[in-house]
Design a binder for this molecule. Sequence first.
Ligand code: SF4
Length: 253
Amino acid sequence: MDHASLYLVEDFFSIQGEGRHVGVPSIFLRFGGCNLRCPGFGTHEIDGERVEGCDTLRAVDVKRFKKSWHRYQRATELIAIVRAYVENAGYRPHVVLTGGEPMIYHDHPAFYGLVGWLVREGFVVTIETNATIAPDFDRYRAYGGVTFAMAVKLSNSGERVGKRVVHSAIMALASRGKDSFFKFTLDPRCDTNADEIAEIVEGYPNEIYCMPLGENGEELAANAPAVAEFCLHHGYRYSDRLHVRLWNRQERR
Ligand code: SF4
């Protein structure tokens, strides 16, 4: 990928379906590209081909999907997208920057320009991240006004631990972001993840949310009770995935 470019996969207005801001009207900007692949998250059929990887492959797989992504170079272009949603809504929604992995663009002038504008304007901003990349908080000060939803990947992602658990990045995002929180997506065998979750979150005062895996309402309903029990047992917060309940699919629309 051309690292001078910034790619937006899509933007939309919906409710946040998971984590601390569940139910909150939100503007979503989904950025293209990721520094991980997560082959453990199953295989998906794309154009008749079986492809390994995460459930947002269309925001990750540069080779297959880049042609459908929109390239931006200036913050003003991204700000104009947000402004249009605000004007249409008639109020100022929560803004979610997601991916892929949006933090691959953390020092891109267009991305940081957008973040700086959002924070200055007083938006509530969440960046959904795999928590492997942290910005220089002293140099890029606006990140101190951003909440990082840290979805640290577990062994079930199929990524090697040194790549998916970057303690220095987690520490920076957890302590320098604004009320950052942990977010884990679990299947009914969540007890097998207990030790690695405990190791990742040890010593952090940040909130910890666990959500059931599920690409549709049926799968979600089947997985939810075990994850709720897991939360009760460990003192974590259960988060549903409201968009899946409401619309029976991964996308929050
Ligand atoms: S970190 Fe997230 S977006 Fe990136 S490959 Fe893994 S699941 Fe997909």
